[in-house]
Design a binder for this molecule. Structure first.
Ligand code: ATR
Length: 289
């Protein structure tokens, strides 16, 4: 695929950026779809985020991905903020608008697409949200906006869980979220839950752990969404499956948050299913390296 003088240029700003799979993925979509588009990595220091956003604008970039550690820090430099990004308090995608960039968060839509495809319905469900950090916030917003009946936030630090649930209850105007200390998992009322695991527990290289080790806990989890994608099957997922439930890992969330960004930069274009499947395989292979 040739890049012409008219190419739409996007990129990712991160620090470090060297390990990002995004350049490979986005250039693959453009190539497969015949779009005149280029996507490049930008290594940006934390203190230079504002300059980088202004620089991107004057260089006429159509958009950017923003990742660790800039997802919050970038917000003051944006012209507009999408509702999900505002609620989550983090931005991972910039889209060029008049005079600057609009900030989006495609983690929640990426997670929704993953769960929908896996047949995990949120509306009317009782949910468990494990963790209360950045990833949990995106999941909490999604569960609230998709009409979860109730959400129990379980976190090692219960104060953080309390803060997250108060914030979401206020935002959605209904008291659907409650907080509990992770250590009190035994007090979770006995009924089936849709669980979303957002902590880093069990992530490579520390794969021997799950946020809760007690097998009894998993009897109430017929459906589980794991945010971690390395390893492909975490101990949390194995415990869910051993108790008879179904668990999905975070690979598709990673894939779809990128596709959502690509589709924001190329309005009216949908990445075809065959390309999505190829991309998933590419990503899986890269992560195995
Ligand atoms: P992220 O943006 O990836 O969510 P984060 O904001 O640092 O990262 O949040 C990490 C989450 O993993 C938090 O919920 C954290 O619990 P605390 O708020 O109590 O710190 C959770 N976490 C990390 N290590 C943990 C561990 N060993 N046991 C239980 N929870 C852990």
């Amino acid at each position: 695929m040739m890049i012409s003088g008219k190419a739409k240029v996007c990129g990712i700003m991160a620090y470090p950026v060297e390990h990002s799979l995004s350049p490979m993925m986005h250039n693959f979509y453009a190539g497969q779809m015949g779009i005149d588009f280029a996507y490049v990595p930008f290594k940006v220091l934390e203190q230079s985020v504002g300059e980088a956003v202004r620089g991107a604008y004057v260089l006429n970039l159509a958009g950017m991905n923003v990742t660790v550690p800039h997802k919050q820090r970038v917000i003051p430099y944006l012209k507009e903020l999408d509702e999900a990004a505002e609620a989550i308090g983090a931005v991972n995608t910039l889209v060029r608008v008049e005079g600057g960039y609009k900030g989006y968060n495609t983690d929640a839509p990426g997670l929704l697409r993953t769960m929908t495809e896996a047949g995990m319905e949120i509306e009317g469900r009782d949910c468990l949200l494990i963790g209360a950090g950045g990833a949990a916030k995106a999941a909490a917003f999604l569960l609230g906006s998709q009409g979860a009946a109730s959400v129990i936030v379980l976190n090692r630090n219960p104060k953080r869980a309390g803060k997250l649930s108060e914030e979401m209850n206020r935002r959605f105007g209904r008291a659907f979220m409650t907080a509990m200390a992770l250590a009190d998992y035994g007090k979770v009322p006995d009924r089936p839950y849709l669980a979303v695991q957002t902590t880093s527990v069990g992530m490579d290289p520390d794969t021997g752990h799950a946020p809760v080790e007690d097998r009894g806990f998993y009897r109430n989890i017929p459906w589980a969404m794991e945010i971690i994608y390395t390893p492909a099957k975490t101990r949390f997922m194995s415990l869910v499956e051993e108790a008879g439930g179904r668990a999905v890992n975070g690979l598709d969330m990673l894939l779809y948050q990128g596709i959502e960004a690509f589709e924001l930069w190329n309005p009216g274009r949908k990445v075809p299913e065959a390309v999505v499947s190829q991309a998933r395989e590419m990503m899986r292979k890269e992560l195995e390296k």
